[in-house]
Design a protein around this ligand. Structure first.
Ligand code: SAM
Length: 233
């Protein structure tokens, strides 16, 4: 079955964008997933098809109207797919979320602009909110692409065995070990000798140790969760 992504946006021309090339682009051509962008403006109000208005309580910027957003959402088939609103105020999006979404039949993504979306429609339509990081972008389209790429590469048949996801960062609660390729000597820098040993057990042990060290130094938050699950390390 095709994994269906519907995107509600003021800029439908941005899709599939970067998702139309390489792994996700080939998967799109093969019909492993489908991407339909819907123009929010077509649900706008009045002669100018307004989608936003001034914030109650005053302040800078404009807010996307709940009736316009609801009209765009309600025009899609009510097939139970999760509706997602990328926002800096959301929970951090994680590999676990990508796996859960990839295991379903697809997603609907609502891309914000301006100051964001009226809170009432988020609550009334049970919309999940995710952040892609602690920074502010101008719109939800780039977060939507990031989120979709994370999901689509996990769909059955998208990745070949050569780019399998099983050893990637976050798979076992750790960041991935460092990689090296030819030449073995470059600008006076050599590679760790264990990688030339041919001893697969030593290589696996070295990689696991590196994963632990890197996670501990770069992501103490992940390390704390990992260490809590593995008493004695
Ligand atoms: N006023 C909002 C705030 O301070 O939280 C920022 C709104 S931002 C200018 C416009 C839109 O960009 C948001 O509605 C959201 O869809 C998207 N966006 C911006 N940064 C994001 C992030 N870090 N993660 C996910 N979406 C983001």
């Amino acid at each position: 079955m095709t994994w269906q992504a519907d995107i509600i946006t003021l800029f439908p021309e941005l899709f599939p964008g970067p998702l139309g090339i390489s792994l996700t682009g080939r998967a799109l051509e093969k019909g492993l997933w489908a991407c339909t962008a819907h123009d929010l403006r077509s649900h706008g109000k009045g002669r100018h098809h307004a989608v936003d208005d001034t914030p109650y309580g005053g302040g800078a910027g404009m807010v996307m109207r709940p009736d316009v957003v609801a009209s765009a959402l309600d025009a899609l088939p009510g097939d139970g797919r999760p509706v997602i609103y990328p926002t800096p105020r959301g929970r951090p999006f994680s590999q676990r979320d990508a796996k859960r979404l990839a295991a379903g039949s697809g997603v609907v993504i609502l891309c914000g602009r301006y100051e964001g979306v009226d809170e009432r429609v988020l609550e009334a339509r049970g919309i999940e909110q995710f952040s892609i990081g602690d920074f502010v972008l101008s719109g939800g389209e780039i977060p939507a692409c990031a989120l979709l790429e994370a999901c689509v590469r996990l769909l059955p048949g998208v990745m070949g065995s050569s780019d399998s996801a099983t050893e990637e960062s976050f798979e076992n609660g750790l960041l991935e070990y460092p990689h090296y390729t030819k030449p073995a000597e470059w600008e006076g820098l050599s590679i760790p000798s264990v990688l030339l040993s041919g001893n697969h057990r030593d290589i696996a042990a070295w990689r696991h140790d590196q994963s632990q060290r890197i996670t501990q130094s770069k992501r103490p938050d992940l390390w704390a969760q990992y260490a809590a699950r593995k008493p004695g390390i």
